[in-house]
Ligand binder design. Structure first.
Ligand SMILES: [Zn+2]
Length: 236
């Protein structure tokens, strides 16, 4: 558990997670962060307790169908979040996926290991960047991204949002430096160029295609749109 995490999901996002309002891709990235961050995990449990107590309040009985759906979702998520404390874990919780980078290997958070357990196909993209897609839902493009030391992603913006969790190493952009376990959201307000001095492994969830905004990389925008379509079409 990393105690030096600086960047966390907002309370609003954690609440949406607890209420089951996020896409599965975004739930997975928030949940993976919680595995690495004690304070967000505790906060989500509090929000969950609050949500459950408001659902069992008889004055809100009119919404009972919705409430039981939400409660099922919360139980499912709580199962993922609290699984490290369960001694007789179900077999699917025991899946472990390690990724080798440079001179060491990284154990993926359980929720990602589960999504990656069918095997990762790494593709070299360009300039020291490799990507492996995880097919999680049909609304988001989810991928593990490895940036070799010294590499840069072309300047880009987003039509929707991009949530990124740093799993190892660090990267920086115009707004700051991000280290292991940090959770970052970028959207249409941001035009940024991630780059990494020491190399890094991230998990990223996009809810719309990336849009490169400078130089020849702009020619890739059609490919980005195609990639997004392909990533979100695979899951029924
Ligand atoms: Zn956190």
């Amino acid at each position: 558990m990393n105690t030096e995490v600086k960047l966390h999901p907002s309370s609003e996002l954690l609440n949406q997670f607890v209420q089951g309002e996020l896409t599965t891709g975004n739930s997975v990235v928030v949940s993976a962060h919680m595995e690495l961050c004690e304070s967000c995990s505790a906060k989500a449990k509090e929000l969950q307790a609050l949500a459950v107590s408001s659902w069992v309040d008889p004055s809100s009985a009119v919404q009972s169908d919705q409430s039981s759906e939400a409660a099922d979702y919360v139980n499912m998520v709580a199962g993922i979040v609290t699984s490290p404390q369960i001694t007789s874990a179900p077999i699917e919780d025991l899946v472990e996926v390690d990724i080798d980078v440079l001179d060491h290997s990284i154990k993926l958070p359980k929720v990602l290991a589960k999504a990656a357990s069918q095997g990762l196909k790494w593709k070299k993209v360009a300039g020291g960047i490799s990507e492996a897609q995880l097919f999680i839902d049909n609304e988001t493009q989810c991928e593990l991204i490895y940036m070799a030391p010294g590499c840069k992603v072309p300047v880009h913006t987003h039509q929707g949002s991009e949530s990124t969790l740093v799993l190892d190493g660090s990267f920086e952009d115009e707004l700051g430096e991000y280290k292991t376990s940090d959770f970052i959201i970028r959207d249409a307000q941001h035009n940024h160029q991630p780059r990494s001095k020491e190399g890094c492994l991230c998990f990223s969830v996009l809810d719309s295609p990336l849009t490169f905004t400078a130089g020849l990389a702009r020619l890739m925008n059609l490919v980005n749109r195609y990639k997004f379509k392909k990533a979100t079409f695979r899951v029924a």
